[in-house]
Design a protein around this ligand. Structure first.
Ligand SMILES: [Zn+2]
Length: 194
């Protein structure tokens, strides 16, 4: 049932800006969303809609890693968002010129994180982890317009391509994974972007 994730427009914009602000370092943060119904490929389906992304500032990151550096700040954010009636449904982080898949370190980190949150009765029953792989691209010919953005939806992962300078741009592939804390298992979700 929870297999489709729909990324709302402003959430997508924040995700891209957050990941490209410092393109040589991984970035990450929380995903805020809700169970919803959306038109996807002409059909109204139940899905998890991601309404907003919050880039976490108290983090440690480098070319091959990203993690929150202040657990108290982290829990304060989750508690506050919940208190005003929204839900943190997961987390995102970027990969630099890699793949949009969870590494073994990522999985270990997520499992520990959920255990820590469970201890504090934050009430996490399921969690999604989004991986955005950032590939800097140099294009060989000038595009017709100075700025060209197009979205290509694959069956599961999405790739967002944007050209910001005449011959330079980025290709961002988004992979999203459900984590079930009961079974410690992951399942890749279908991602849709507007
Ligand atoms: Zn990772």
């Amino acid at each position: 049932m929870k297999s489709t994730v729909y990324v709302a427009e402003n959430c997508l914009a924040t995700l891209i800006a957050s990941c490209l602000e410092v393109p040589h370092k991984e970035a990450g943060g929380f995903l805020i969303g809700k169970e919803d119904k959306r038109f996807v490929a002409g059909e109204r389906i139940g899905c998890l809609t991601l309404d907003a992304a919050y880039p976490i500032r108290t983090c440690r990151s480098g070319k091959g890693f990203w993690q929150p550096a202040n657990t108290r700040a982290y829990k304060r954010i989750i508690g506050t968002i919940k208190a005003i009636g929204f839900n943190i449904v997961g987390e995102y982080h970027s990969h630099i010129a890699n793949v949009a898949e969870l590494s073994d370190d990522d999985k270990e980190f997520i499992e520990q994180e959920i255990k820590d949150l469970a201890k504090d009765e934050v009430g996490i029953t399921s969690w999604i982890e989004m991986v955005l792989n950032i590939e800097p691209k140099t294009y060989s010919r000038k595009p017709r317009r100075g700025c060209q953005c197009s979205y290509f939806s694959k069956e599961i992962r999405c790739t967002v391509k944007g050209i910001r300078e005449p011959l330079k741009g980025y290709s961002i592939t988004i992979g999203t994974y459900w984590f079930d804390p009961k079974t410690s298992s992951y399942e890749e979700a279908v991602v849709h972007v507007p």
